[in-house]
Design a protein around this ligand. Structure first.
Ligand code: CTP
Ligand code: MG
Length: 182
C-alpha cells in the first residue's frame, strides 16, 4: 500500500476502539444519569445524555472491538500490506474509556457554557473523544501510544475523525437513532 494510504489505514485501525464507544452509547444508553440529576450553579452537572449504562456499554464495546482486531491483526496486515498494531489490554481499555471521558468532559463544558442537552459545540463535538482517548491511552500505555501514534498518524486522525464523526452521526440521525445530526 502507498505510504499515505497506509498512514490513513493505520490511523483508522488504531482509533477504531475509540470510535465505537460513542455509537454504542447511543444504542445502549439510558437509565440513571452519571450526575444523578445534580445541578451546579443552576445547570445540570452533565445532563440526562450521559448515563452509566451508555458509558459502560461504550467502553465494553470499544474493548471488545480491540480484542476482535487483535484476533485478525495478522491476516489484516498481510492482506493490506500494512503493519497494523495490536492492542495491549491497557490500550484496549484506555482508548474507549478515554473516548467516553472526553465526551463526558465536553458535556460538562457544554452545560457550563449554557448549552442544553443535545446542543452542538462545533469542534469540541468532533474531537473531544479523540483527545480523551489519546490522553488516557498515553497515561495507561505510554510506550504503545508513542509507537503507534506517530506525528503523521496523529495529524491524520485529527483530519479524518471530524469527517467520519459527521458522517456517522448524520447516518445515525437518518436512521432515527439519534435526536440531532451531530
Ligand atoms: N449516551 C449515554 N451515555 C454516554 C454518552 C451517550 O447514555 N456516556 C447516550 C444518551 O442516550 C445520549 C446519546 O447517547 O442522549 C447521544 O450522545 P451525545 O450526543 O453524546 O449526548 P447528548 O444527548 O447530545 O448530550 P450532551 O449535550 O450532554 O452531549
Ligand atoms: Mg449530542
Amino acid at each position: 500500500m502507498v505510504a499515505l494510504a497506509a498512514v490513513i489505514a493505520t490511523a483508522i485501525w488504531a482509533m477504531l476502539p475509540a470510535y465505537v464507544p460513542n455509537n454504542a452509547a447511543v444504542l445502549v444508553g439510558g437509565g440513571p444519569p452519571i450526575d444523578g440529576g445534580r445541578s451546579w450553579r443552576g445547570r445540570r452537572l452533565l445532563g440526562d445524555g450521559k448515563t452509566w449504562r451508555g458509558t459502560v456499554g461504550g467502553i465494553v464495546a470499544g474493548a471488545l472491538l480491540a480484542a476482535l482486531l487483535n484476533g485478525v491483526v495478522t491476516p489484516a496486515s498481510t492482506f493490506l500490506g500494512v503493519d497494523f498494531p495490536s492492542f495491549p489490554i491497557r490500550a484496549a481499555i484506555g482508548l474507549p474509556a478515554g473516548a467516553m471521558l472526553g465526551d463526558i468532559t465536553a458535556s460538562f463544558l457544554k452545560r457550563r457554557t449554557g448549552r442544553e442537552r443535545g446542543a452542538a459545540f462545533p469542534g469540541l463535538d468532533q474531537l473531544d473523544f479523540v483527545l480523551g482517548a489519546l490522553v488516557i491511552a498515553a497515561l495507561l500505555a505510554p510506550g504503545w501510544t508513542i509507537r503507534v501514534f506517530t506525528l503523521p498518524v496523529v495529524v491524520t486522525v485529527l483530519i479524518i475523525t471530524p469527517l467520519l464523526h459527521v458522517l456517522t452521526n448524520v447516518i445515525a440521525y437518518g436512521l432515527g437513532l439519534k435526536n440531532e445530526p451531530w
